[in-house]
Write a protein that binds this ligand. Structure first.
Ligand code: ZN
Length: 342
Protein backbone atom coordinates (compact mmCIF):
# COMPACT_ATOMS: atom_id res chain seq x y z
CA UNK A 1 0.00 0.00 0.00
CA UNK A 2 2.79 2.38 0.96
CA UNK A 3 4.60 1.65 -2.30
CA UNK A 4 1.43 2.12 -4.27
CA UNK A 5 0.95 5.54 -2.72
CA UNK A 6 4.57 6.55 -3.44
CA UNK A 7 4.17 5.49 -7.06
CA UNK A 8 0.88 7.30 -7.36
CA UNK A 9 2.44 10.45 -5.93
CA UNK A 10 5.36 10.46 -8.38
CA UNK A 11 3.13 9.74 -11.34
CA UNK A 12 0.46 12.29 -10.42
CA UNK A 13 2.89 15.15 -9.76
CA UNK A 14 4.66 14.40 -13.04
CA UNK A 15 1.39 14.42 -14.97
CA UNK A 16 0.37 17.73 -13.38
CA UNK A 17 3.74 19.30 -14.27
CA UNK A 18 3.35 18.14 -17.87
CA UNK A 19 -0.17 19.58 -18.34
CA UNK A 20 0.00 22.02 -21.26
CA UNK A 21 -3.29 23.88 -20.99
CA UNK A 22 -5.63 25.08 -18.27
CA UNK A 23 -8.36 22.80 -19.70
CA UNK A 24 -6.07 19.77 -19.51
CA UNK A 25 -5.33 20.63 -15.90
CA UNK A 26 -9.01 20.98 -15.03
CA UNK A 27 -9.71 17.55 -16.48
CA UNK A 28 -6.84 16.13 -14.45
CA UNK A 29 -8.24 17.70 -11.28
CA UNK A 30 -11.62 16.08 -11.87
CA UNK A 31 -9.93 12.76 -12.54
CA UNK A 32 -8.05 12.92 -9.23
CA UNK A 33 -10.20 14.86 -6.83
CA UNK A 34 -13.69 14.58 -8.33
CA UNK A 35 -16.48 12.54 -6.67
CA UNK A 36 -15.22 9.37 -8.24
CA UNK A 37 -11.60 10.59 -8.49
CA UNK A 38 -8.63 8.36 -7.75
CA UNK A 39 -7.60 10.22 -4.61
CA UNK A 40 -11.17 10.62 -3.38
CA UNK A 41 -11.68 6.88 -3.65
CA UNK A 42 -8.45 6.26 -1.76
CA UNK A 43 -9.48 8.64 1.02
CA UNK A 44 -12.89 6.98 1.25
CA UNK A 45 -11.17 3.60 1.64
CA UNK A 46 -9.22 4.71 4.72
CA UNK A 47 -12.12 3.97 7.02
CA UNK A 48 -11.92 0.25 6.14
CA UNK A 49 -8.27 0.00 7.25
CA UNK A 50 -6.94 -1.27 10.57
CA UNK A 51 -5.97 1.25 13.23
CA UNK A 52 -2.23 0.81 12.51
CA UNK A 53 -2.74 1.11 8.78
CA UNK A 54 -4.88 4.17 9.27
CA UNK A 55 -2.06 5.88 11.16
CA UNK A 56 0.48 5.40 8.35
CA UNK A 57 -1.56 5.18 5.16
CA UNK A 58 -4.20 7.74 6.23
CA UNK A 59 -1.51 10.32 6.98
CA UNK A 60 0.27 9.62 3.69
CA UNK A 61 -2.94 9.85 1.68
CA UNK A 62 -3.92 13.15 3.25
CA UNK A 63 -0.45 14.56 2.59
CA UNK A 64 -0.66 13.31 -0.98
CA UNK A 65 -3.98 15.07 -1.41
CA UNK A 66 -2.53 18.36 -0.08
CA UNK A 67 0.51 18.10 -2.34
CA UNK A 68 -1.63 17.31 -5.38
CA UNK A 69 -3.87 20.30 -4.65
CA UNK A 70 -0.83 22.54 -4.24
CA UNK A 71 0.73 21.20 -7.47
CA UNK A 72 -2.52 21.77 -9.36
CA UNK A 73 -2.75 25.36 -8.11
CA UNK A 74 0.86 26.07 -8.88
CA UNK A 75 0.68 24.65 -12.44
CA UNK A 76 -2.59 26.45 -13.03
CA UNK A 77 -1.00 29.81 -12.18
CA UNK A 78 1.96 29.04 -14.39
CA UNK A 79 -0.30 28.22 -17.32
CA UNK A 80 -2.52 31.26 -16.82
CA UNK A 81 0.41 33.68 -16.70
CA UNK A 82 2.10 32.14 -19.75
CA UNK A 83 -0.95 32.13 -22.00
CA UNK A 84 -0.09 35.71 -23.12
CA UNK A 85 3.60 34.94 -23.69
CA UNK A 86 3.23 35.08 -27.48
CA UNK A 87 2.09 38.71 -27.18
CA UNK A 88 5.47 39.74 -25.78
CA UNK A 89 6.83 39.86 -29.34
CA UNK A 90 3.99 42.15 -30.40
CA UNK A 91 4.49 44.75 -27.69
CA UNK A 92 2.48 47.89 -28.40
CA UNK A 93 3.07 51.06 -26.42
CA UNK A 94 -0.31 52.80 -26.13
CA UNK A 95 1.36 55.93 -24.71
CA UNK A 96 3.26 56.63 -27.96
CA UNK A 97 1.96 59.60 -30.00
CA UNK A 98 -0.06 58.64 -33.09
CA UNK A 99 0.91 59.23 -36.72
CA UNK A 100 0.21 62.85 -37.53
CA UNK A 101 -2.10 63.18 -40.54
CA UNK A 102 -1.31 65.74 -43.25
CA UNK A 103 -4.56 67.65 -43.72
CA UNK A 104 -5.21 69.44 -47.00
CA UNK A 105 -4.87 73.20 -46.97
CA UNK A 106 -5.47 76.15 -49.22
CA UNK A 107 -2.55 77.16 -51.43
CA UNK A 108 -0.90 80.37 -50.11
CA UNK A 109 -1.89 82.14 -53.36
CA UNK A 110 -5.55 81.15 -52.99
CA UNK A 111 -5.48 82.28 -49.37
CA UNK A 112 -3.89 85.61 -50.25
CA UNK A 113 -6.39 86.23 -53.07
CA UNK A 114 -9.18 85.72 -50.53
CA UNK A 115 -7.46 88.15 -48.14
CA UNK A 116 -7.23 90.72 -50.95
CA UNK A 117 -10.94 90.25 -51.74
CA UNK A 118 -11.90 90.55 -48.04
CA UNK A 119 -9.77 93.68 -47.62
CA UNK A 120 -11.34 95.47 -50.58
CA UNK A 121 -14.87 94.24 -49.89
CA UNK A 122 -14.50 95.86 -46.45
CA UNK A 123 -13.85 99.10 -48.41
CA UNK A 124 -17.08 98.60 -50.37
CA UNK A 125 -15.48 97.09 -53.50
CA UNK A 126 -17.07 94.25 -55.49
CA UNK A 127 -15.14 91.29 -56.89
CA UNK A 128 -15.34 91.08 -60.71
CA UNK A 129 -14.04 88.43 -63.09
CA UNK A 130 -13.24 88.27 -66.77
CA UNK A 131 -12.13 85.72 -69.37
CA UNK A 132 -8.53 84.47 -69.45
CA UNK A 133 -8.74 84.16 -73.25
CA UNK A 134 -9.17 87.75 -74.38
CA UNK A 135 -9.34 89.59 -77.66
CA UNK A 136 -6.93 92.21 -78.89
CA UNK A 137 -9.52 94.95 -78.38
CA UNK A 138 -10.12 94.41 -74.63
CA UNK A 139 -6.52 93.52 -73.81
CA UNK A 140 -4.90 96.39 -75.77
CA UNK A 141 -6.90 98.79 -77.95
CA UNK A 142 -9.59 99.72 -75.44
CA UNK A 143 -6.83 100.33 -72.87
CA UNK A 144 -5.23 102.98 -75.06
CA UNK A 145 -2.31 100.72 -75.96
CA UNK A 146 -1.29 101.77 -79.46
CA UNK A 147 -0.58 99.35 -82.30
CA UNK A 148 3.18 99.88 -82.01
CA UNK A 149 3.40 99.46 -78.20
CA UNK A 150 6.06 96.88 -77.23
CA UNK A 151 3.52 95.03 -75.03
CA UNK A 152 1.83 93.85 -78.21
CA UNK A 153 5.09 92.39 -79.44
CA UNK A 154 5.03 88.67 -80.20
CA UNK A 155 7.75 88.32 -77.55
CA UNK A 156 5.46 89.25 -74.66
CA UNK A 157 2.00 88.11 -75.71
CA UNK A 158 0.85 84.53 -76.06
CA UNK A 159 -1.36 84.81 -79.14
CA UNK A 160 -3.93 82.19 -80.03
CA UNK A 161 -3.73 80.54 -83.43
CA UNK A 162 -6.77 82.55 -84.43
CA UNK A 163 -5.89 86.25 -84.04
CA UNK A 164 -7.26 88.50 -82.48
CA UNK A 165 -7.47 86.06 -79.56
CA UNK A 166 -4.76 85.86 -76.92
CA UNK A 167 -4.14 84.85 -73.32
CA UNK A 168 -4.68 88.05 -71.37
CA UNK A 169 -1.39 89.73 -70.44
CA UNK A 170 -2.93 91.62 -67.50
CA UNK A 171 -6.22 91.82 -65.57
CA UNK A 172 -6.94 95.32 -66.95
CA UNK A 173 -9.38 94.11 -69.67
CA UNK A 174 -11.80 93.26 -66.83
CA UNK A 175 -12.02 97.05 -66.23
CA UNK A 176 -13.28 97.58 -69.77
CA UNK A 177 -15.75 94.68 -69.65
CA UNK A 178 -17.12 95.88 -66.32
CA UNK A 179 -17.51 99.52 -67.42
CA UNK A 180 -19.21 98.35 -70.63
CA UNK A 181 -21.94 96.69 -68.59
CA UNK A 182 -22.19 98.80 -65.41
CA UNK A 183 -23.01 102.42 -64.65
CA UNK A 184 -20.81 104.37 -62.19
CA UNK A 185 -20.29 104.55 -59.29
CA UNK A 186 -17.93 101.62 -59.86
CA UNK A 187 -15.66 100.06 -57.25
CA UNK A 188 -14.24 96.72 -58.34
CA UNK A 189 -11.34 94.45 -57.60
CA UNK A 190 -10.43 91.72 -60.15
CA UNK A 191 -7.93 89.06 -59.16
CA UNK A 192 -6.94 86.45 -61.74
CA UNK A 193 -4.34 84.65 -63.81
CA UNK A 194 -2.36 86.42 -66.49
CA UNK A 195 0.04 85.10 -69.13
CA UNK A 196 3.29 86.37 -70.65
CA UNK A 197 5.78 84.88 -73.02
CA UNK A 198 8.47 84.88 -70.33
CA UNK A 199 11.17 82.34 -69.58
CA UNK A 200 10.98 80.83 -66.12
CA UNK A 201 13.47 82.13 -63.56
CA UNK A 202 13.44 83.25 -59.91
CA UNK A 203 11.27 86.30 -60.67
CA UNK A 204 9.49 85.35 -63.94
CA UNK A 205 6.82 82.86 -64.86
CA UNK A 206 4.73 82.56 -68.06
CA UNK A 207 1.65 82.39 -65.80
CA UNK A 208 1.17 84.43 -62.65
CA UNK A 209 -1.57 86.29 -60.79
CA UNK A 210 -2.56 89.93 -60.72
CA UNK A 211 -5.27 91.95 -59.12
CA UNK A 212 -6.74 95.00 -60.66
CA UNK A 213 -8.65 97.75 -58.89
CA UNK A 214 -10.96 100.30 -60.46
CA UNK A 215 -12.99 103.08 -58.93
CA UNK A 216 -15.02 105.44 -61.12
CA UNK A 217 -17.38 108.20 -60.09
CA UNK A 218 -17.86 111.92 -60.76
CA UNK A 219 -15.31 113.12 -58.18
CA UNK A 220 -12.97 110.17 -57.72
CA UNK A 221 -9.40 111.49 -57.48
CA UNK A 222 -5.81 110.66 -56.57
CA UNK A 223 -6.43 111.29 -52.87
CA UNK A 224 -8.93 108.43 -52.87
CA UNK A 225 -6.39 106.22 -54.63
CA UNK A 226 -3.69 107.03 -52.09
CA UNK A 227 -6.02 106.49 -49.13
CA UNK A 228 -7.44 103.18 -50.37
CA UNK A 229 -4.04 101.75 -51.35
CA UNK A 230 -2.49 102.78 -48.02
CA UNK A 231 -5.27 101.13 -45.99
CA UNK A 232 -5.29 97.98 -48.14
CA UNK A 233 -1.53 97.42 -48.40
CA UNK A 234 -1.00 98.03 -44.68
CA UNK A 235 -3.66 95.43 -43.93
CA UNK A 236 -2.33 92.95 -46.51
CA UNK A 237 1.42 93.26 -45.95
CA UNK A 238 2.45 95.11 -42.80
CA UNK A 239 0.68 97.65 -40.54
CA UNK A 240 3.75 99.93 -40.45
CA UNK A 241 4.13 100.05 -44.24
CA UNK A 242 4.91 103.47 -45.73
CA UNK A 243 3.91 104.20 -49.35
CA UNK A 244 5.77 106.40 -51.82
CA UNK A 245 4.14 107.53 -55.06
CA UNK A 246 6.40 108.24 -58.06
CA UNK A 247 5.25 109.50 -61.41
CA UNK A 248 5.48 106.92 -64.18
CA UNK A 249 3.94 106.07 -67.52
CA UNK A 250 1.33 103.48 -68.53
CA UNK A 251 -0.79 104.05 -71.67
CA UNK A 252 -4.10 103.45 -69.84
CA UNK A 253 -3.62 106.06 -67.08
CA UNK A 254 -2.89 109.78 -66.95
CA UNK A 255 -1.18 110.73 -64.73
CA UNK A 256 0.52 107.38 -64.17
CA UNK A 257 2.14 106.49 -60.86
CA UNK A 258 4.27 103.80 -59.39
CA UNK A 259 3.95 102.89 -55.74
CA UNK A 260 6.94 101.90 -53.64
CA UNK A 261 6.61 100.50 -50.13
CA UNK A 262 9.03 100.32 -47.20
CA UNK A 263 11.41 97.39 -47.67
CA UNK A 264 10.12 94.74 -45.25
CA UNK A 265 13.54 93.05 -45.09
CA UNK A 266 15.42 96.02 -43.64
CA UNK A 267 12.43 98.09 -42.42
CA UNK A 268 13.58 100.92 -44.69
CA UNK A 269 17.18 101.04 -43.46
CA UNK A 270 18.65 99.79 -46.74
CA UNK A 271 19.75 96.28 -47.76
CA UNK A 272 20.86 94.34 -50.84
CA UNK A 273 17.28 93.45 -51.85
CA UNK A 274 16.16 97.10 -51.97
CA UNK A 275 19.57 98.13 -53.36
CA UNK A 276 20.18 100.22 -50.19
CA UNK A 277 17.23 102.48 -51.04
CA UNK A 278 14.89 101.22 -48.27
CA UNK A 279 12.04 101.01 -50.84
CA UNK A 280 10.55 98.22 -52.95
CA UNK A 281 8.53 98.69 -56.15
CA UNK A 282 5.04 97.43 -55.47
CA UNK A 283 2.50 98.32 -58.16
CA UNK A 284 1.46 100.60 -60.97
CA UNK A 285 -1.57 102.89 -60.87
CA UNK A 286 -2.99 106.22 -61.96
CA UNK A 287 -6.08 108.10 -63.07
CA UNK A 288 -7.95 106.23 -65.81
CA UNK A 289 -7.06 107.76 -69.21
CA UNK A 290 -10.00 109.61 -70.83
CA UNK A 291 -9.57 107.42 -73.93
CA UNK A 292 -10.14 104.30 -71.80
CA UNK A 293 -13.34 105.72 -70.29
CA UNK A 294 -14.49 106.60 -73.82
CA UNK A 295 -13.74 103.09 -75.11
CA UNK A 296 -15.92 101.66 -72.36
CA UNK A 297 -18.78 104.03 -73.22
CA UNK A 298 -18.36 106.53 -70.35
CA UNK A 299 -18.16 110.30 -70.84
CA UNK A 300 -14.75 111.50 -69.56
CA UNK A 301 -16.23 114.96 -69.05
CA UNK A 302 -18.62 113.50 -66.45
CA UNK A 303 -16.71 110.61 -64.94
CA UNK A 304 -13.21 110.12 -63.68
CA UNK A 305 -11.55 107.31 -61.81
CA UNK A 306 -8.42 105.56 -60.74
CA UNK A 307 -7.04 102.11 -61.51
CA UNK A 308 -4.22 100.04 -60.11
CA UNK A 309 -2.73 96.65 -60.88
CA UNK A 310 -0.36 94.51 -58.85
CA UNK A 311 1.33 91.12 -59.09
CA UNK A 312 -0.03 88.85 -56.36
CA UNK A 313 3.07 86.63 -56.23
CA UNK A 314 5.25 89.72 -55.94
CA UNK A 315 3.24 91.00 -52.97
CA UNK A 316 3.42 87.62 -51.24
CA UNK A 317 7.16 87.38 -51.96
CA UNK A 318 7.70 90.78 -50.34
CA UNK A 319 5.44 89.92 -47.40
CA UNK A 320 7.04 86.55 -46.61
CA UNK A 321 10.59 87.28 -47.87
CA UNK A 322 10.33 84.57 -50.55
CA UNK A 323 13.18 84.74 -53.05
CA UNK A 324 11.92 82.47 -55.86
CA UNK A 325 8.55 82.70 -57.65
CA UNK A 326 8.83 79.04 -58.77
CA UNK A 327 8.16 77.90 -55.18
CA UNK A 328 4.50 78.85 -55.67
CA UNK A 329 4.01 76.36 -58.50
CA UNK A 330 6.10 73.36 -57.40
CA UNK A 331 3.69 72.17 -54.67
CA UNK A 332 6.53 71.13 -52.38
CA UNK A 333 4.94 70.40 -48.96
CA UNK A 334 8.08 71.73 -47.23
CA UNK A 335 7.23 75.15 -48.69
CA UNK A 336 3.44 74.96 -48.43
CA UNK A 337 3.41 73.76 -44.81
CA UNK A 338 5.19 76.92 -43.69
CA UNK A 339 1.94 78.82 -44.24
CA UNK A 340 -0.77 78.63 -41.58
CA UNK A 341 -3.65 76.19 -42.18
CA UNK A 342 -6.42 78.79 -42.08
ZN1 ZN B 1 15.82 96.64 -47.80
Amino acid sequence: MKNHLEQLRTQTLETIAKAKTVQELEALEAQLLGKKGELTTLLKGIKDLTVEEKQVVGKMTNELKKDVEAALLCRSEELRSSQYDHLKDQFFDTSLPGTRPHPGRLHPLTKFIREIEDTFMALNFTVAEGPEIEDDYHNFSALNIPEDHPARDMQDTLWAKHIPYLLRTHTSPVQIRYMESHEPPIRIICPGRVFRKDDVDATHSPMFHQFEGLMVDKTTNLTHLKGILTIALRRLIHPDLELRFRSSFFPFVEPGLEVDVTCVLCAGKGCSVCKQSGWLEMLGCGMVHPNVLKSAGLDPNVYQGFAFGAGIERLLMIKHKINDIRLFYENDPRFLEQFPLV
